[in-house]
Design a protein around this ligand. Structure first.
Ligand SMILES: *Cc1c(COP(=O)(O)O)cnc(C)c1O
Length: 397
């Protein structure tokens, strides 16, 4: 057995099989490139589902982590730490919101947004506690907790996890009229991804987010944008809502917020909304820890300083125009915004993904038929060219 095979065998033997990883072991990585234990080189075109917008081990982010490791890593929220306030300040400036609530994973941030909306519904809107309704979309992906899978329409994510959490209504994604029809006096919020990532890079019709914004304002409900995957420049704007000039009431953020180094997530909203929490009403031991905050502050600095949104827009256009030149009758659609790109096939995408990985390009299919390309935003034109050559060899070879 090769080293790679030995590692995979142990991992599969001892770990629960809630994932089915591709047959690759990443032992080390830098920027766009990843290496397996046998020395084989890969272009990482998935970026840990957009958590690696800065590439692997960005030297300045690693340095920020190292500096903080020499000071203090964890205080809990029983005490103040010296970096949390700076983290808040940076994220407030980036989102245009006045308050932040930090957590660790994307799912926890979504849960936090659900709690925020329910409380706001009672305390501000005057809905009776227990009656609050939150409207969500078909084919959503918001994470894996019991409450979140309760609002999922994916049978694989939901099976045998009942009883489910109530208070959710599902409407068609991209259909503003369906949202408007579903609103009642007990509706407190509408939660949606500005582009559905896991569903297969589904971009809503032009004007949808704007209409959603108008409806939510008119009917007095909160618009919660789950930008865990689309946020922080991935789609060519700082936040994907920005493509329609729309500001949600609540941003749900995660993934790239941690610079590819730490798990850190957050909800950002104005104090008229996040003010609903009092001491003891919500929290997390690791939420807002100084290590993750230091890393995140550095990541956000780099994002602005190096113009990541424009980089993603420009490189995305370059990459997608190359992909559109691929000649293979199985390709039925190529779509994307910035560097969040979906190639939809008429058939099972897994065999193509397997061949791409053999050729040295890491990617993964979503929903059987769609291959998602979401390389680090730092990818160079030359790297796009080289990776594309390998992709073309698989599709046209
Ligand atoms: C990944 C993702 C989440 C969940 O984040 P975790 O860190 O895996 O809990 C939530 N929403 C969206 C849109 C995501 O892509």
């Amino acid at each position: 057995m090769t080293k790679t095979q030995q590692i995979i065998e142990k991992t599969n033997r001892l770990g629960a099989h809630n994932y089915h990883p591709k047959e690759v072991v990443i032992e080390r990585a830098s920027g766009v490139m990843a290496y397996d234990p046998d020395g084989k080189e890969y272009f990482d075109m998935l970026s840990a589902y957009s958590a690696l917008n800065f590439g692997h081990c960005h030297p300045e982010i690693v340095q920020a982590a190292a500096d903080q490791l020499g000071k203090v890593t964890l205080t809990s929220r029983a005490f103040h730490n010296a970096v949390l306030g700076d983290f808040y300040e940076k994220l407030c400036a980036l989102t245009g919101k006045s308050m932040i609530l930090p957590m660790n994973t994307g799912a926890e941030a979504v849960e936090t947004a659900l709690k925020t909306a329910r409380r706001w519904g009672v305390d501000v809107k005057g809905v009776e506690d227990g009656k609050q309704e939150i409207i969500v979309c078909e084919n959503n992906f918001h994470g894996r907790t019991i409450a979140i899978i309760s609002m999922s329409t994916d049978p694989v994510a939901r099976r045998a996890y009942g009883p489910y959490v109530s208070g959710f209504k599902v409407v068609k994604y991209g259909d503003a009229a369906a949202l408007e029809d579903a609103i009642t006096e007990n509706t407190v919020a509408f939660l949606a991804e500005p582009i559905q990532g896991e569903a297969g890079v589904i971009i809503p019709p032009a004007g949808y987010l704007k209409k959603v914004r108008e409806i939510c304002t008119k009917r007095g409900i909160l618009f919660i944008a789950d930008e865990v995957q689309t946020g922080f420049a991935r789609t060519g704007k700082m936040f994907a809502c920005g493509h329609e000039g729309v500001e949600p009431d609540i941003y749900v953020l995660g993934k790239a917020l941690g610079g590819g180094v730490c798990a850190i997530s957050a909800v950002a909203a104005d104090s008229s909304i996040l003010g609903v929490f009092e001491p003891g009403s919500h929290g997390s031991t690791f939420g807002g820890n100084p290590l993750a905050c230091s890393v995140s502050i550095k990541a956000m600095e780099i994002l602005e300083r190096d113009g990541y949104p424009a980089m993603a827009a420009e490189k995305g256009e370059y990459f997608i125009s190359k992909l559109r030149g691929l000649k293979n009758p199985a390709i039925v659609d190529i779509r994307g915004r910035g560097l969040l790109i979906g190639v939809e096939l008429s058939c099972d995408a897994a065999p193509y993904v397997k061949k791409m990985i053999e050729a040295g390009v890491l990617a993964k299919e979503t929903h059987e038929c769609v291959i998602r390309f979401a390389p680090p935003i730092v990818i160079s034109h030359e790297q796009i060219d080289k990776a594309f050559e390998k992709i073309a060899a698989v599709f046209e070879g």
